[in-house]
Design a binder for this molecule. Structure first.
Ligand code: MG
Length: 165
């Protein structure tokens, strides 16, 4: 067996505004502000998508889901993740694991992490996703609560042909 392994990294950030629901990891989090963007602006899922695409050598989220596409307005980012997992899977890649970090000053994210993990793993496979959340210690734009950012790394495995003999 000659398994190939590939690492991927993704980053995303969105601004917080009034009048938008806050969607993180495919879960609606009660808060007075929400992330703004063309889709549901779920920066945690967008970072994961970019990590998967990067590992598979398939470009980035903007190439697959352009923010000029009217069909993607308000799109559920978990549905986009499902399409990316399908695309990466067609190329023979399986997700070993993904490690995600969300940086958000408010609200408290930890109580929502189990629901986010379950929603993402319903697409990526049980036991594949780790989500951590932290504040930015009140430093900079994120520390002032102007937005949120997310980082993701992932490992993909491609099964090699078994050598007979
Ligand atoms: Mg984004």
């Amino acid at each position: 067996m000659n398994d190939s392994l590939r690492i991927g990294f993704g980053y995303d950030s969105h601004r917080l505004v009034a009048g938008r629901p806050l969607i993180l990891g495919g879960v609606r989090v009660p808060f007075e502000l929400g992330l703004t963007g063309h889709s549901d602006a779920d920066c945690l899922v967008h970072a994961l998508i970019d990590a998967l695409l990067g590992a598979a050598g398939e470009g980035d989220i903007g190439r697959h889901f352009p923010d000029t596409d009217p069909a993607l307005q308000g799109a559920d980012s978990v549905a986009l993740l499902e399409r990316v997992v399908g695309l990466v899977g067609k190329a023979g890649w399986t997700l070993v694991n993904a490690d995600l970090t969300l940086v958000a000053e408010r609200p408290r994210i930890a109580p929502h992490v189990p629901a986010m993990t379950a929603r993402l793993e319903s697409v990526t496979g049980e036991g594949t996703v780790s989500i951590k959340a932290k504040t930015n210690e009140r430093m900079g734009e994120i520390g002032r609560g102007e937005g949120m950012a997310a980082f993701a790394v992932c490992l993909l495995r491609q099964r090699g042909e078994r050598v007979r003999g």
